[in-house]
Design a protein around this ligand. Structure first.
Ligand code: CLF
Ligand code: SF4
Length: 476
């Protein structure tokens, strides 16, 4: 008996190790990896087979993208050339995703041709696919054949009656027919659940994205989370709806509001039902390039790679050099882990974070590498941690449209602080590399303490030390 127990523990450990190895350098599946590794999306999939009320086809797929900016589309050959070109320049690039502008599996020829070419020319890169889930069951063999280890399915409702789904999807196109309203929503759900089940059975790591749509599926998301757990999904990601009339979407035109930070935090808490939650999603464009917090898509014009040969681009991609870069990243991550210790707890409650049950919200400015290495003036996003005197927990990131200082070129003489004050209104402490006197005074007016004494230090340990220093002096 003890023998079989040991062997089952070993099998579990091996399974665990193989999953850790798969997610180790995937910036979306591993929160830790997103500070170090980059992703690229190639926009090879223009068509879609459903309509979501938060999507306007003129723009990128809102399942994995920020609506409002049209991408240039690529053929599979151009897409792979772009990956080789970018992968040689940004060597932290570890994943290629197909995430629109339509749905990858509504364009199976382009999608799978791209993956086939990537396997040939960029064998070190991870392949990732995002889909609405309608057609997974038809393409499961190809997904497995090309070793696509990561698939994201957008699942906004598990309501079997189709009522909630019909408020999100006006129609679903399947087998030459448009299915409208409740009928379409039920059909979509049936295929999504079947597809997720098939992926999990094949050992493919599934991420489920749900768009938090105020007044539509807000209260329903914990049911989605439970279903996701039951299905063996690896990670669950609640994405706030971004909605404005100028996006031209049905929800935008009907006045359905964007989801606020508060609503997102509440939903994330309600969905934390023992399922791994993704909290660092940046709702990327369909042609996103770079670390998750940065957008370098406009640096890479088609002209810079489309006319070059695969041979030339393969040399530039430089597999050996990339391997060395990745080894160096891993050495750096080991050092960071040693410096931070085990103070970050993914789903800790307030008592586990703090000895008196009080926790603080801490905002951090970073340019990556796990350090507090960005000036307040240039920060366009803030990482938000909840922390007590015992441990810390990453909560979310918050973006602002304009940084406080827009640089010489962008400067119009104004210092946009109101949006930042609004984004950080519930925070207690800001850890940043550098901050000027004026913005510091502004932030103090909302009771936000600013501290630059942790400049260039590892983030996690600094968050704990900073909270102890300012709010739990006896623990510091
Ligand atoms: Fe792209 Fe998506 Fe793959 Fe990541 S994004 S296809 S899983 S490589 Fe990541 Fe971007 Fe969020 Fe998507 S941050 S929108 S979860
Ligand atoms: Fe738009 Fe994506 Fe929905 Fe299709 S699946 S309608 S492209 S958001």
């Amino acid at each position: 008996m003890s023998c079989s127990c040991t062997s089952s523990t070993n099998t579990q450990n091996e399974l665990h190790a193989s999953i850790l190895q798969k997610i180790n350098n995937h910036p979306c599946y591993s929160q830790d990896a997103h500070q170090h590794y980059a992703r690229i999306h190639v926009a090879v999939a223009p068509a879609c087979n459903i309509q979501c009320n938060y999507c306007n086809r003129k723009y990128d797929c809102s399942n994995e993208s920020r609506p409002g900016v049209t991408s240039y589309k690529l053929s599979p050959e151009e897409a792979v050339k772009k990956v080789l070109h970018v992968g040689g320049l940004i060597q932290q690039l570890s994943v290629v995703g197909i995430a629109g502008p339509g749905d990858g599996l509504a364009n199976p020829k382009q999608t799978f041709k791209t993956f086939a070419l990537l396997k040939k020319y960029a064998p070190d890169i991870k392949l990732c696919l995002s889909t609405n889930g309608l057609m997974i069951h038809k393409h499961i063999d190809e997904i497995a054949k090309y070793n696509i280890e990561h698939v994201t399915v957008t699942l906004n409702s598990v309501d079997e009656s189709g009522e909630i789904g019909s408020k999100i999807y006006p129609w679903v196109f399947y087998e030459h027919k448009k299915h409208r309203g409740v009928e379409g929503a039920k059909l979509l759900l049936e295929k999504q659940l079947l597809g997720i089940k098939m992926l999990v059975e094949r050992g493919i790591l599934v991420k489920v994205n749900s768009v938090l749509i105020p007044g539509v599926n807000e209260e329903h998301l914990p049911f989605v989370a439970r279903k996701v757990k039951e299905l063996g999904v690896f990670i669950f990601n609640v994405m706030p709806l971004m909605s404005k009339p100028e996006f031209g979407t049905k929800f935008g035109l009907d006045g359905v509001p964007s989801a606020s930070h508060k609503q997102l935090m509440k939903a994330q808490e309600a969905c934390d039902v023992n399922v791994k939650m993704m909290r660092h999603c940046r709702q990327c464009r369909a042609d996103a390039v770079g670390l998750l917090g940065e957008d370098r898509s406009d640096e890479f014009f088609k002209e810079s790679f489309a006319e070059k040969s695969f041979e030339e681009l393969s040399m530039h991609y430089n597999l050996n050099q990339r391997m060395k870069t990745h080894e160096n990243i891993e050495t750096w991550r080991r050092a960071l882990r040693a410096a931070n210790g085990k103070i970050s707890q993914e789903s800790a409650n307030k008592e586990e974070l703090s000895s008196n049950g009080n926790t603080m919200l801490v905002a951090v400015t970073t340019r990556g590498n796990g350090l507090i290495n960005d000036h307040f003036g240039s920060a366009k996003e803030f990482l938000i941690y909840e922390a007590g005197d015992k441990a810390i927990k990453f909560i979310m990131h918050r973006k602002v449209e304009k940084s406080y200082c827009m640089g010489k070129e962008g400067c119009d003489g104004s210092y946009p602080i109101d949006e930042i004050k609004n984004a950080l209104s519930d925070c207690n402490l800001l850890l940043t590399q550098k901050i000027g006197e004026c913005p510091q005074k502004e932030l103090e007016s909302i009771h936000l303490t600013c501290d630059e004494s942790f400049a260039d230090e590892p983030i996690e340990i600094s968050v704990l030390k900073g909270v102890r220093k300012h709010f739990f002096p006896s623990a510091s």
